[in-house]
Design a protein around this ligand. Structure first.
Ligand SMILES: Cc1ncc(COP(=O)(O)O)c(C=O)c1O
Length: 396
């Protein structure tokens, strides 16, 4: 009765987990959420104010498909100043979150018969979005020994005449890895040599610690920029996930196709949110710095505590707001007659026994890992990790 695609596409496992947590909360269970991929801070006041003003000024009509011109211009300025890439405002398409921007880009670039290389672990949605286009994902393991850096030899080995796109995400969800300029230059050279496109998801660009630098692959040369779709948005950096504003920047023919898809699917993104995003991008950036400082404190604390836990190994990572500890040492242990054989089992155990929610590595196409988000208060981080420590002690 349903379509073939409906049978193929899986709902987002992180969203499904949130549903389970909501159910447990309704039953009165006090759950600490380390599964969330959104800032715990409220949206800064100057951004909210811009939204109220937009309502009062009656920005309540259909916005243009690609976004308001002033927002497109602000994005162009941002990309030039922060990332060293120049675009015309027409090449920017503002969407309902970076999520839609990634899907638009995939729709514009690939379809049946095409292959899309994705370094894993990767964000839960990439593989399902590739399925929506009819293309096939080719998963390539990142180099875990080098902090989940790009494994260029493995990527090269995965290239075929059908390779149409590689999706990269730096800083990375879930690993927190930041891809080095050197590796991105080599990857870009491969893309030029083998004639494929690069979708570069840079949504965590502003969440970087320890003096690390973000490098935008599109800035390498005009030739490389032509084959890149740069994705970014305001959800993570400005604590605005609910406003649903992301954007893509791409070569003119790609931008035209992206606009055509979006015009038939959802039209322009919420007018009021666009005005809020404009304020976020062009306004004072000190709220962003304050949030980043707070994430940094939590990152260091959480990593130290995770490494103190029996069976956990957690490397230092310098981006996003996630840690991805290895939990292989806990596999084979048991409780109440059950044996933990996967990170999925361990996540279920922590949810049931410790009332702490984490995301199992399987959701990101990896094994023996759990993703911990530190987009949560220090108080909850302290409490949640104490609960996990107590739960591990019960395992035999
Ligand atoms: C890597 C990555 N890209 C894109 C998104 C989607 O961002 P948005 O909320 O702007 O749609 C997320 C959200 O979790 C993400 O982790």
């Amino acid at each position: 009765m349903l379509s073939r695609r409906a049978g193929e596409v899986q709902p987002s496992p992180t969203v499904a987990l949130s549903g389970k947590i909501a159910e447990l909360r309704r039953q009165g269970t006090d759950i600490i959420s380390f599964n969330i991929g959104e800032p715990d801070f409220p949206t800064p006041d100057y951004i909210k104010k811009a939204a109220f003003e937009a309502v009062n000024q009656n920005f309540t009509k259909y916005p243009p498909t690609g976004g308001f011109f002033d927002l497109q211009e602000a994005v162009v300025n941002k990309l030039r100043m922060d990332n060293g890439v120049s675009y015309d405002p027409k090449q920017i398409c503002v969407s309902n979150g970076a999520k839609q921007s990634v899907l638009n880009a995939l729709y514009a670039l690939c379809g049946e018969g095409d292959e899309v290389i994705i370094p894993v672990p990767c964000w839960v949605s990439y593989t399902e979005m590739v399925k929506l286009t009819g293309a096939v994902s080719v998963l390539v393991e990142a180099d875990e020994k080098r902090g989940f850096a790009l494994d260029l030899a493995a990527i090269e080995a995965a290239i075929t005449p059908r390779t149409k796109v590689i999706i990269i995400n730096t800083p990375n969800n879930p690993s927190g890895a930041i891809y080095s300029e050197e590796s991105l230059r080599k990857l870009a050279a491969m893309a030029v040599e083998h004639d494929f496109y690069i979708i570069s998801d840079e949504i965590y660009e502003k969440l970087i610690y320890d003096g690390e630098k973000h490098f935008c692959i599109g800035s390498i040369s005009p030739e490389v920029q032509e084959r890149c779709v740069i994705i970014n948005g305001v959800s993570k950096a400005y604590a605005m996930p609910g406003w649903r504003i992301g954007y893509s920047a791409s070569a003119k023919p790609i931008a035209k196709a992206i606009n055509a898809f979006q015009s038939q699917m959802t039209s322009g993104a919420c007018a009021i949110s666009q005005k809020a995003a404009l304020a976020a991008i062009t306004g004072p950036q000190n709220d962003l710095s304050n949030m980043r400082e707070e994430y940094d404190k939590r990152r260091r604390f959480m990593q130290k505590r995770l490494n103190e836990l029996d069976g956990f190994t957690c490397d230092t990572v310098k981006g996003a707001f996630y840690l991805l500890p290895d939990i292989s040492a806990l596999l084979g242990r048991g409780y109440a007659g059950k044996t933990i054989t996967s990170s999925m089992d361990l996540a279920a155990f922590f949810l049931e026994e410790a009332h702490v929610a984490v995301v199992p590595g399987e959701a990101f196409n990896t094994k023996n890992k759990l993703r911990f988000s530190y987009a949560n208060s220090m108080e909850n981080i302290v409490k949640g990790l104490e609960r996990i420590e107590a739960a591990i002690a019960v395992l035999s």
